[in-house]
Each structure stands twice: as structure tokens, then as C-alpha cells.
Design a protein around this ligand. Sequence first.
Ligand code: AMP
Length: 419
Amino acid sequence: MTSITAPRGTRDILPGESWKWEYIINTASQTMKDFGFSEIHLPIFEHTELFSRGVGETTDIVEKEMYTFTDMGGRSITLRPEATAGVMRAAIENKLCVQGASAKLWNWGPMFRYERPQKGRYRQFYQIDAECLGIAGPYADVEVISLSIELFRRLGLKNLEVVINSVGCEKCRPVYREKLLKYFEAHKDELCETCLARMGRNPLRILDCKKESCGHVADGAPDIYDSLCDECREHFAEVRAGLERLGFTYTLNKRLVRGLDYYTKTAYEILSGDLGAQNAVAGGGRYDNLASAIGGGKIPGVGFACGVDRVMLVMEEQGCTFGKVPEISVYVAALDDNSRGVAQILTHELRMNNITAGFDTAGKSFKSQMKNASACKFACIIGPDEIANNVVAVKNLGDGSQVNVERSEVVKYIQGKIQ
Ligand code: AMP
């Protein structure tokens, strides 16, 4: 029979990597706390409508990348392709932002998109996501952008570029859309098929087409800054001033529109030069119309999502450290079969006192137990003589020295040595 492999675009995160993963999440958790964000846990699947209405019918995600199925009850369900819509749904449903209240929320977990897999792009990938809901002013945008920059600083990532843009609002974007349409209409012959299809539905997306010929056309397109209304222009200027106040450098890119329809005003990405084609480690922005699109009235919001898989790739590439390498402090080895039970009791006692302890459950020889112990700080050796004398032989695996310690004193002895 042929063996079953993981589905295309998914991968296993094995013990050799999972402790590094834990370091990234723990660092994010602490950073979020320091910025006043609280963690929430959300369903991994939602009603399909949340994404078709929230993310936008004409986006790549909704048109061709969602894992959608009908459940046993006949409902259309989708594995979440992104987190923001779910966070907003939860805030509305649980009334977190009523009567002018705001909420700063973060979460992390798997997202699902049916994309063409390549380095840094998977069908199941992981995001750390932060959303600041209920605040319309530019200080919130700066808070979110600075949070993502600080997270990457703590993780030790280097050579990152912060790229920002404003995509306007429902007042000024239609005007810009018309100008763009007119311009692209005149350059129809130079656009790729996908962009031609985008013309009628979402011409802004042509701006971030990666094809060279479309890129040339997009470079000459009307500038969005000339079309921004006063409110959007002022908001953008204040976001930029805030970033400068905090000493951050950034690049302006009028072609940054991002793949989700819900963005208004600020859009931004953080790029790494060490990732190849999939170079964004995080992206986000403001989405003041998302709540109303999913039936929740007027709740402004701004947030970002960072790709954990990509952060991991960059950290490996740049030789970043992942905190302390996990280690077992003590290995309890039994000299013969009759001593295994006593060794198991001591192992459990050590663990009950928060000491990481290893013990052989496979019935291996003393020699191979000691081989396992070699990565530990101490070995506690128990054989017939030790049992008869009510002691444990404690071997310091660093310098090779060995002492007999009273059985009842072992935990205290080890505690004193590993602090
Ligand atoms: P988005 O939700 O598209 O704004 O993406 C936010 C971040 O998630 C990106 O900057 C990437 O770091 C990461 N990301 C998005 N799609 C994928 C994917 N298919 N595989 C791995 N990471 C992804």
C-alpha cells in the first residue's frame, strides 16, 4: 500500500523546529502584552459569507483561494484565509466596541489559502495577528505599525523595509478609480490577462501586479496622493509624522494596495530582502468599512498580520537566536531491571518539583541510558547498592565528578546545583 503524505502546501513542524516556533510566539505574546493587546481565540472555520462580504467578492482570496465546503447541516463553511474578518465578527457579536469602547486584540494560528506553493508560501500557514478596533485616529495606526516593528526588533530581524501607502476612503477612492480606469484603458494592450479581467472589477489591484509589463504601466499611473480627500490626506500625514516621531524609517509606495478589499486609508507592509519572491513578513492597515460590510455598524479598525513561517525563514537565514536551546537537566538511569521502578519514582519526584528530567521507558541497557544522559547536566544513577544504602549516585556530566546523595535529599541537592 502506498503511504499517505501531508497534502500539498502543508507541512509538519517537527520537534527540531517547534521549540523555535514557541520562541517566536512567546516573544509575540510578551510584545502584545507590553502594547496592551489581549489574546483571543477564534474558530478556525467561519460562515463563508463573512469572507465574501468582509474580504471582498473580487479579491483573489475569495475568488479562488478559499477552502469552502458544505457541512452536514447544509451550511457553507470556509477555513479562515485570514484573521481580521473573524476578529471583527467576534468583536461585533460579543459587543466589545459598543458605546465608543475600543478593543486591542491579538491572536495567532493557522490560515488556509489555496495558493501555488513555493518557498515561503503554503496552503496552511500561520499568522500572528493584532487588531486595534474602535479608534479612527492616526495614533492607532502608528501604534499598530510600531508594534509590528518592535516585534521584529525583539526577534532580531535585520534589513527590513517598512513600506506604506494610503488607499483612500469611500469618498475619494471612486474618483481615483475613475482616473485609473481611464489611464489603464489607454494602456490596455500592455496589460496581462489577469489585469484586463481586473479592470472592470478592481482596477486598483492592477497597481500591484508583479508582471514586468504591467509594472511599467502601473509606474506611470495617476498618483493616488493627488486624489486623496482632505481627511485621508491629513490622516496619512499624521501617520507619517508619528512614525518619524518614533524614529522609524519607511518608504512610500503608491502601488501598494494589498489583496484585501477592506483596506481604507493606511496600507503597509514589512519586507525582507532575505526571502526571495515572497518577501513580505507582515502586512496590514486600516479598515474602517469592514464592520459595516459584515453588518456591524461603524467600527473603525487598524491591524496587521505577520507570517510566522516567513519570519522563521528569515531568522534562520540571518542566523538569529531562538532563546535558550531546550535541555533536560537530569537523566535518571537504572543500572538493572530491578532498579527501574525506583528510578521512575525519583524521575516523577523531580518533575513534580519543576525539574526537567529524562527517564528511559524503553527498557534500554545502562550503557545506552547513559548515552541519552550525555546532553544533560546531571545523571542520577540507581542500582542495587544505591537502593540498599538509600542513596542516589549523582554524576555531574560537566566535570565527571560523582557523589552519593541521601535519597530524601536528591531533589534539594539538584535544585541547589541547577539554579
Ligand atoms: P495578508 O493576510 O495577505 O495580508 O498576509 C499577511 C502576512 O501573512 C504576509 O505578509 C505573509 O508574511 C503571510 N502570508 C500570507 N500568505 C501566506 C502564505 N500563503 N504562506 C505563508 N505566509 C503567508
